[in-house]
Write a protein of this length. Structure first.
Length: 155
């Protein structure tokens, strides 16, 4: 039986640049960095024979973001014309308890936003922004009554 969603993985161009962004700008922490030479067997798992990569596991509460920097083969960048309507995973969402303050803080780090925060439905504020490889990220703020416990808190 599947018991819970565990993590999301993202292929990146530069592991260290992405780690800095997710740690310093979004407050995640790196738990480990794994070197995966071709003989380690990653290629069998992901269907890319003899591939090699560096992998980082970053956490925010109990949520894990797994970053992959493939060294062989090198991955293609996100197409510049990719839109949120294109099929496949389209964004990673982060919960905020003060979206306007977080937008200001992220802008101070040079983060580029699609728009200003939008009240998508009563009390629910949403804004999309880009990460270092043009991956799409989301901040969402719920009304205080809907916030629930923070990630990783015991229920």
């Amino acid at each position: 039986m599947i018991i819970r969603l565990e993590h999301v993985a993202l292929s990146v161009a530069d592991l260290e640049r992405s780690r800095r962004f997710y740690e310093q700008v979004l407050g995640m922490r790196t738990e480990r960095v794994i070197e995966c030479p071709s003989e380690r067997g990653l290629g069998e798992v992901v269907g890319l024979a003899d591939c090699s990569a560096r992998i980082a596991h970053l956490y925010h509460g109990d949520f894990m973001l797994e970053l992959f920097e493939y060294q062989d083969p090198r991955g293609a960048p996100i197409p510049p014309r990719r839109t949120q309507a294109d099929q496949g995973w389209v964004h990673i969402g982060f919960r905020s308890d003060d979206i306007h303050a977080d937008v200001t803080r992220l802008q101070e780090h040079g983060v580029e936003f699609f728009s200003s925060p939008v009240e998508f439905r009563p009390g629910v504020w949403v804004v999309y922004f880009w990460g270092p490889d043009r991956e799409v990220l989301e901040l969402r703020q719920l009304p205080p009554a809907d916030q629930g416990p923070p990630a990783g808190a015991a229920n």
